[in-house]
Design a protein around this ligand. Sequence first.
Ligand SMILES: [Zn+2]
Length: 57
Amino acid sequence: MITYETTCFCCKKPFLLKEGTKKYQKFKRNMRGKFSCDACDDKIYMEARKHLLGKLQ
Ligand SMILES: [Zn+2]
């Protein structure tokens, strides 16, 4: 399996992108893009959800 190591823009920690994942495909298309690790993905998702819910109320 091919893996790439990149740095999470959110927590600045290195993490691995594994071949076959959506993030890996995104990385192949734009290697200079911003990528976040799974832990930060969850955090970002939760924040986005909170904002969305806040708007709805
Ligand atoms: Zn992170």
